[in-house]
Design a protein around this ligand. Structure first.
Ligand code: NAD
Length: 263
C-alpha cells in the first residue's frame, strides 16, 4: 500500500519545479493526481510521465487567479472522482524589485497568484473535502513568509499572508470538526525556474540575494547545510502532510531550508 493510496489529490502549478515533484511523489504513493497549470504543454507532459511510470494522473488547464476556473476545476474533480482528499496550493510567481520602483500593477500581479490563488483554492475545495469526510491542504509558503528579504516586499507579503491564512483556516476547520487539516510548507533555496525572475533583485551586503550569484554560490554562503535544495526535498515533506501519517498536524509550518532561517 502507498502512503496516500486511494486518495484524490489536486496540485496547482504542477507543470514545473516543486509542483511537478509533488505530483510525481503523490502518484508514486498511490494517489490519483490532478495536475493543473497555465503551461499546458509542460503540464500535459508531466501528467503523461506520471502515467508512463504507472501512476494515475490527468492534466487540466487552470489559472489559480480565476474564481470561475476554481469552481470549474473542483466541479470537474467532483464529477470525475466524487471526492478530493489533498490540495497542494503550490502555484506561485516571484516578482522582485525595490518598493520605490515597484508598480501597484506588479504588486497586484504578485498577490493575485500567490495570495488570491491560495484563498480561492481553500474556499472552493473545502466543501468537496468535507463531503468526503476530510482532507489535507498544503499551502506553499516560503522562507520569505518567515523573514524579510530586501527587494522582495510583495513576495514576502504574499508568503507571510499564506502562513497566517493557513493557520486561520486550520482553526476554522478544527472548530467545524470537518476532518480538514491545513498546513504550510516553507522551502528555502530550491533549484527551479522561479529563480529566473527573482535572481538579481538583491544588493550584496543586504539580507537579500547577491546580484550575480548562482544558486550554488548563494547556498554555500547563506545556507548552513551549504547546498541548495531540490524539488524532491519539498515533495518529501508534502507527501507526509498529505498522508494520514500527519493526522495530528494542523496549522503547522514545515520549514525545509537547510537551516536558512535558523542562522
Ligand atoms: P516554478 O516556476 O518552477 O513553478 C511554478 C508553477 O506555477 C509554474 O509551472 C507556473 O506556470 C505556475 N503558475 C504561475 N502562475 C500561475 C497561475 N496564475 N495559475 C496556475 N499556475 C501558475 O517555481 P517553483 O519554485 O516550483 O514554485 C512553486 C512554489 O514554491 C511557489 O509558490 C513558490 O513561491 C514556492 N517557493 C519556491 C522556492 C524556490 O526556491 N524554488 C522557495 C520558496 C517557495
Amino acid at each position: 500500500m502507498g502512503r496516500v493510496e486511494g486518495k484524490v489529490a489536486l496540485v496547482t502549478g504542477a507543470a514545473s519545479g516543486i509542483g511537478r515533484a509533488c505530483a510525481e511523489q503523490l502518484a508514486a504513493e498511490g494517489a490519483a493526481v490532478i495536475l493543473t497549470d497555465l503551461q499546458d504543454e509542460m503540464g500535459r507532459a508531466a501528467a503523461e510521465a506520471v502515467t508512463a511510470a504507472g501512476g494515475k494522473a490527468e492534466y487540466l488547464h487552470h489559472d489559480v487567479t480565476s474564481e470561475e476556473e476554481w469552481v470549474e476545476i473542483v466541479g470537474e474533480i467532483g464529477r470525475r472522482h466524487g471526492r478530493l482528499d489533498v490540495l497542494v496550493n503550490n502555484a506561485g510567481i516571484g516578482v522582485g524589485g525595490s518598493i520605490l520602483e515597484f508598480s501597484l500593477a506588479d504588486f497586484r500581479r504578485q498577490t493575485a497568484v500567490n495570495l488570491d490563488g491560495v484563498f480561492l483554492g481553500m474556499k472552493h475545495s473545502i466543501p468537496l473535502m468535507r463531503k468526503g469526510g476530510g482532507g489535507s491542504i498544503v499551502n506553499m509558503s516560503s522562507v520569505a513568509g518567515l523573514k524579510g528579504s530586501a527587494n522582495l516586499a510583495a513576495y514576502c507579503a504574499t508568503k507571510g499572508g499564506v502562513r497566517l491564512m493557513t493557520k486561520a483556516v486550520a482553526m476554522e476547520c478544527a472548530n467545524a470538526k470537518d476532518g480538514v487539516r491545513v498546513n504550510s510548507v516553507h522551502p528555502g533555496i530550491i533549484e527551479t525556474p522561479i529563480w529566473d525572475t527573482i535572481v538579481g533583485t538583491g544588493e550584496p551586503g543586504t539580507n537579500a540575494l547577491p546580484r550575480t550569484a548562482t544558486l550554488d554560490q548563494m547556498s554555500s554562503m547563506a545556507v548552513p547545510l551549504g547546498v541548495k535544495g531540490m524539488p524532491q526535498d519539498i515533495a518529501n515533506g508534502v507527501i507526509w502532510l498529505a498522508s494520514d501519517e500527519s493526522r495530528y498536524v494542523t496549522g503547522a509550518e514545515l520549514v525545509i531550508d537547510g537551516g536558512l532561517t535558523v542562522r
